[in-house]
Design a protein around this ligand. Structure first.
Ligand SMILES: Nc1ncnc2c1ncn2[C@@H]1O[C@H](COP(=O)(O)OP(=O)(O)OP(=O)(O)O)[C@@H](O)[C@H]1O
Length: 349
């Protein structure tokens, strides 16, 4: 399978706050200091340290980490809401750091729209005018932008509330307005900065499902910041896990939970129900003789949780089948091994 093209490419990016920040990235000694020592020696904070990654077209790319790990700074650097200290950023191959003010404005208005935690709605405007706001600043006429806004209000499930003011809406509804406003400008990428962290758990779950649905329907590229591991695992095609300004691991939810890069990541994912994240591809063992021709067939991306059901129901070893080929099998022992955190035998095809 070909890797889809990159929307953003980030190369050795640094953002240092503080006096004479520029000298930190290039200085072999200063750039190696930990946060506290760097602050003591220079008064500077390195919010993003030597970070490189690509965001692929059509994926949900999650930036996850604890408070202060550098998530917001990193994502704000993508559209230069924060100016990076050093490194490179391209969007669709175009150098973001050399864009002039006009080009940058266009980038933020048309190509990469941001959805903020605190919604950023205009309190004196109705829902429809809030949703149309991005189109207004693009210069679209009133009738056209209102009809387009109505379309997106429908898309996020707010029909009937068009004429309310934001103050007359619940937090979840306000967040939907923010989402509709970002979608209405039809950006290539949506950037979400912890958009749901102020919402109560049930509404939060609704909104997460909304994002999954919109992503499934539209295939739009999304960059999503969160400090919530479950949210990251639910939404992310790939997750960049940040710690002290660095990316400590970048991978699929399955890679992060199944093969943590270090003790920090292992500790981070310790309480994740592994059977709901890991797939039979990670659990299978090589088929033994007749096993490859009988028993229930499962696709390689079936979760272990689902496979347990199939194996218990039929009482048979299940086959992992892709395009008619048996890649391996999973039995009680393999599946329980995942739940218990014991690695599978790796020789399966
Ligand atoms: N304008 C600033 N001046 C100085 N330091 C800053 C500035 N903005 C952020 N920082 C520092 O940079 C580091 C990373 O901050 P950032 O807001 O990017 O983290 P975060 O992971 O998004 O945190 P949170 O989840 O709490 O929003 C923190 O140590 C923070 O104190």
């Amino acid at each position: 399978m070909n890797t889809p093209p990159h929307v953003f490419s980030v190369n050795k990016l640094w953002k240092v706050f503080g006096p004479k920040a520029d000298r930190v990235p290039g200085d072999a000694e200063l750039s190696e200091l930990d946060g506290a020592e760097l602050r003591r020696r220079t008064g500077c904070t390195a919010a993003v340290r030597d970070v490189s990654f690509d965001v692929r077209k059509g994926e949900v790319f999650v930036v996850m980490g604890l408070s202060g790990s550098g998530k917001s700074t990193l994502v704000r650097c993508l559209t230069r809401l924060i100016e990076p200290t050093s490194g490179g950023i391209t969007m669709d191959g175009e150098d973001v750091l050399s864009m002039n003010t006009g080009r940058l404005r266009e980038l933020r208005r048309h190509r990469a729209a941001m959805v903020f935690q605190h919604f950023g709605l205009l309190p004196h405007r109705s829902v429809v005018d809030n949703v149309a706001y991005g189109l207004e600043i693009q210069g679209m006429g009133r009738a056209q932008r209102r009809s387009r806004a109505a379309e997106f209000i429908g898309k996020v499930g707010l029909e009937g509330l068009e004429n309310r003011r934001p103050g007359q809406l619940s937090g979840g509804q306000q967040q939907r307005v923010g989402l509709a406003r970002a979608l209405a400008v039809d950006p290539e990428v949506l950037l979400f900065d912890e958009p749901f962290s102020a919402l109560d758990p049930l509404i939060r779950r609704d909104m997460q499902e909304e994002v999954v649905r919109l992503h499934r329907e539209e295939g739009r590229t999304m960059v999503f910041i969160t400090h919530d591991l479950n949210e990251a695992l639910k939404l992310g095609d790939r997750i960049a896990l940040m710690r002290d300004g660095r990316i400590v691991q970048l991978g699929t939810p399955e890679e992060i939970v199944g093969s943590p890069a270090d003790d920090y990541v292992r500790d981070f994912v310790r309480d994740v129900p592994r059977e709901q994240v890991l797939t039979v591809r990670a659990a299978m063992r090589p088929a033994d003789g007749e096993e490859s021709v009988s028993g229930p067939a499962l696709a390689p991306d079936t979760t272990v949780f689902e496979a347990i059901e199939a194996v218990v129901r039929t009482g048979e070893t299940a086959r992992v089948v892709d395009g008619g080929r048996c890649l391996g099998v999973v039995d009680h022992a393999c599946l329980l091994g995942v739940v218990a955190g014991i690695p599978a035998v790796k020789e399966a095809a």
